[in-house]
Design a protein around this ligand. Structure first.
Ligand SMILES: [Zn+2]
Ligand SMILES: [Zn+2]
Length: 283
């Protein structure tokens, strides 16, 4: 297969730049759409090869479209990630130093917790020990909603988790920074936050909730895959559901492949500034 980028690849990349992260269902639909629009060959089973071609062009810019699993629903997602920055300094163009410190503290809480969550109260309490300019309560709340909006965190009933995009993008950082704390899922070997834990104290393996659902499906008596102890947790139902994500394709279509200066500044506001360099790829 040709490794040359065509307009179909460029349109796919452009949509990734606008959305940041797309679920597998959306990525497949987008792949088909891009191939059909540009009258290029569409092979349903060749999405990963199609993305490899884009990645070969992104490599010199230390960017990559990387695949990872959502801890919420077990679905695969594709995220456009920055490989150049090795830690959260990658966010420094969008957040002030004290905001990054609070995000770091939130990550500490989430990684250090049993269930991969941090409550808004616990996050607010960490502001007392800030070394940079202390954030007020209202500023912290505003920052948390920004972090959710920018897809670094997810929030449900006042509890915060790392978003799928954050886990995909920050995985190398988390593996380095939290070597003694993070755990892998025993089934899929990805880093695990929201999961079930084996209660045998000599075992204690973690399994993502969607991986639990998949692994124990149809088994009458669930047993730990590592130590064979009885698995005492409730087995969640298989979670795979149709895509609910709205992929912003239409806007991209009307804009066309050539980027205008207006469009460029719009992009810079919309997505992280690191992505703006990618426009060179679209020419
Ligand atoms: Zn897993
Ligand atoms: Zn076990």
């Amino acid at each position: 297969m040709s490794r040359q980028m065509g307009d179909n690849h460029r349109r796919f990349l452009q949509t990734m730049m606008v959305n940041g992260i797309i679920d597998e269902h959306g990525a497949r639909a987008l792949y088909q759409y891009c191939c059909e629009t540009h009258h290029t060959q569409y092979a349903p089973d060749k999405l990963d090869e199609f993305i490899d071609t884009i990645n070969s062009r992104l490599q010199p810019m230390f960017m990559q479209i990387r695949k990872g699993m959502s801890e919420d629903n077990g679905q695969q997602y594709y995220a456009l990630v920055n490989m150049a920055e090795t830690d959260i300094t990658r966010m420094s163009s969008d957040y002030a130093d004290n905001e990054l410190e609070l995000f770091r503290k939130t990550m500490d809480l989430i990684v250090g917790s049993e269930n991969g969550k941090a409550s808004s109260t616990d996050i607010l309490n960490t502001t007392d020990s800030m070394t940079t300019k202390k954030l007020k309560k209202s500023e912290t709340e505003h920052l948390l909603s920004r972090l959710v909006h920018d897809k670094w965190l997810s929030e449900k009933r006042g509890e915060y988790t790392l978003s799928t995009r954050c886990i995909i993008e920050m995985e190398p950082y988390i593996r380095t920074m939290y070597q003694d704390q993070f755990k892998e899922c025993h089934i899929c070997r990805n880093i695990a936050f929201q999961c079930q834990i084996c209660e045998n104290p000599t075992c204690g393996i973690k399994i993502h909730n969607p991986c639990v659902a998949r692994y124990f499906k149809g088994r009458s008596e669930p047993r730990c895959p590592a130590c064979d102890d009885f698995w005492p947790h409730e087995i969640p139902a298989h979670m795979r559901s149709p895509s609910s994500q709205q992929v912003s394709i239409n806007r991209t279509v009307s804009t066309g492949i050539t980027s205008s200066p207006t469009r460029r500044s719009e992009m810079a506001r919309e997505s992280r500034s690191t992505l703006v360099g990618l426009w060179s790829c679209l020419k």
